[in-house]
Design a protein around this ligand. Structure first.
Ligand SMILES: Cc1ncc(COP(=O)(O)O)c(C=O)c1O
Length: 396
């Protein structure tokens, strides 16, 4: 099996050690993996009708626990903009792409139990895939998490643990449990296998477009797992000579919580310290928002957690900030931010077109339909969570 390495200080760990973060700096791992060989897009017919059809490109190759995730449709919204319907996944969000990787990895490692933390879609996805893998799973959720989501977690046989306080308190509780022996921490932020799942979003586009990618890909960014997965796929396809042109990445945040857009506009290569001067971030330049343990709370200033309709991307200090900023810059792309009204209008607009999408999942369409210089050429937006999870946003 391949191993983890820390992108900041080069520390390494065997995957079997169940070490969920770099012991030196407590930051997220990267994975030592590059596909050794590719396969042409037109040679994939007849394979599994799931993301496991891209086995040459996946560090785990095959899985015993697939629920048929992936292969979501691409439908036109305008002459130049198409939507990829990632809300049509087994647990109704794109998180299934990464959750299946972590559950399959855990199944192979055979831990005593799996823990996860999430206020939303990742928690329900881990619960479902752990059920499929026959693994006991505990999902830490913040107080106030919707009853529907906790019900879904429980329905899959996982144990939801409600933590008083916000996301940061929840992350701390999960990490305390993750430090215990025999525990596999299914973290979508810290475990890089998750990114090797989300990257299949771009592999599917590449296959559907006959071996190329669109000119621009809009991607919602909280902790950046879809964006970093897409960047990984683009790098792999390019390195293997399977694409020549690389898409611009249009990273989308909400105005209310846009730490990465602010850093990008300031020309910084990491999060701005609270107060707004370029250059800082957390310890070793890392952010804290999926939260490292002894760093400032979400919000970065001890204040209340910010309110937005797009709660899934409301991450004030994402730990992979440096990687996200570098990926967007390297692609020639940019950051766009959307106001709350833009979210409401985009959700209503999509529903009027027959697409019922959750409030976070409409953010990219909100950004792209607002237009602007960044939105040119052929663009794909993900509709990445079902409206059944949140319902319609109330009018302002
Ligand atoms: C529907 C939806 N879209 C986008 C995101 C943002 O993903 P990330 O935090 O990995 O950037 C989430 C995260 O929960 C989500 O649930």
């Amino acid at each position: 099996m391949t191993s983890y390495h820390c992108p900041v200080d080069g520390t390494r760990s065997a995957i079997t050690a169940l070490t969920w973060c770099c012991p030196a700096c407590r930051g997220p791992w990267d994975l030592d993996f590059a596909p050794a060989r590719g396969v042409a897009a037109n040679a994939l017919s007849g394979r599994a009708d799931s993301l496991w059809r891209y086995k040459e490109f996946l560090p785990l190759g095959t899985s015993a626990i697939s629920l048929g995730e992936g292969r979501t449709p691409l439908v036109p919204l305008t002459d130049t903009v198409s939507a990829k319907l990632d809300f049509l996944m087994p647990t109704l969000s794109f998180k299934d792409r990464g959750a299946v990787m972590l559950a399959e990895l855990a199944r192979r490692l055979g831990p005593d139990r799996v823990v996860a933390d999430s206020s939303g879609n990742a928690g329900t996805a881990f619960a479902a895939y752990c059920a499929r893998a026959g693994l006991p799973c505990t999902v830490y959720v913040p107080e106030g998490t919707s009853a529907k989501k906790t019900e879904q977690i429980r329905a899959h046989g996982a144990r939801p643990v409600t933590v008083p306080g916000g996301r940061e308190a929840t992350a701390r509780a999960a990490r305390a449990a993750a430090d215990e022996p025999g525990v596999f921490y299914a973290s979508h932020v810290f475990n890089p296998y998750f990114l090797h799942g989300t990257k299949t979003y771009a592999y599917e586009l590449w296959e559907d477009l006959g071996g190329r990618l669109p000119e621009a890909l809009a991607v919602p960014v909280g902790n950046g797992t879809l964006l970093l997965g897409v960047a990984l796929a683009v790098a792999e396809l390019h390195a293997l000579g399977l694409i020549t042109a690389r898409p611009r990445l249009i990273a989308v945040q909400v105005e209310a919580v846009s730490p990465l857009a602010s850093a990008f506009r300031a020309g910084a290569d990491d999060l701005l310290p609270v107060g707004g001067v370029a250059g800082g971030g957390g310890r070793d330049g890392r952010g804290t928002g999926g939260g490292t343990d002894d760093l400032p709370p979400v919000g970065g200033n001890g204040g209340p957690e910010p309110a937005t309709l797009a709660e899934g991307i409301a991450i004030p200090r994402p730990p992979r900030a440096r990687q996200i900023l570098a990926a967007v810059r390297e692609s020639g792309g940019t950051f766009l931010t959307v106001p709350e009204d833009g979210i409401r209008e985009a959700q209503r607009d999509l529903a009027a077109r027959g697409l019922f999408v959750e409030t976070t999942g409409v953010a990219c369409w909100a950004a792209v339909r607002a237009g602007g210089n960044a939105v040119r050429g052929e663009v794909v937006v993900p509709l990445c969570g079902s409206g059944l999870k949140t319902g319609m946003a109330a009018s302002a």
